[in-house]
Design a protein around this ligand. Structure first.
Ligand code: ZN
Ligand code: ZN
Length: 108
């Protein structure tokens, strides 16, 4: 589920982040907030920091785990923010026993 991103901060490996990410994901019903604003119900894939995590702010919970500074995004919107052109495949949704299961990435 993870692909290499050299710029990924080690903060994303912490259990603090994993808990925060899961809680935030739940709080927005696992949907891409930008798609939702545009009227589309699209599963979110990544919980994104509005403020990029750096060594300078990684110890500031106001930045790292503040729900106001987080955004749940689909791959399309997340890549847009990071100006990436390599669109990952549509693996945000899978079907288990006929039920839609949302998966999200390890990071951001
Ligand atoms: Zn979106
Ligand atoms: Zn991001």
């Amino acid at each position: 589920m993870s692909y290499s991103r050299p710029e990924r901060h080690s903060f994303y490996n912490t259990s603090l982040w994993k808990r925060t990410r899961a809680a935030y994901f739940k709080s927005v019903n696992g949907l891409c907030e930008r798609c939702l604003k545009a009227g589309f119900v699209v599963p979110g894939n990544i919980v994104h920091h509005l403020e990029e995590i750096t060594d300078d702010n990684v110890n500031d919970p106001n930045v790292t785990i503040n729900f106001e500074k987080l955004e749940c995004l689909c791959y399309k919107h997340h890549n847009k923010d990071h100006k990436k052109t390599d669109l990952p495949t549509n693996k945000g949704v899978s079907f288990v026993n006929g039920k839609v299961v949302l998966n999200y990435d390890e990071e951001e």
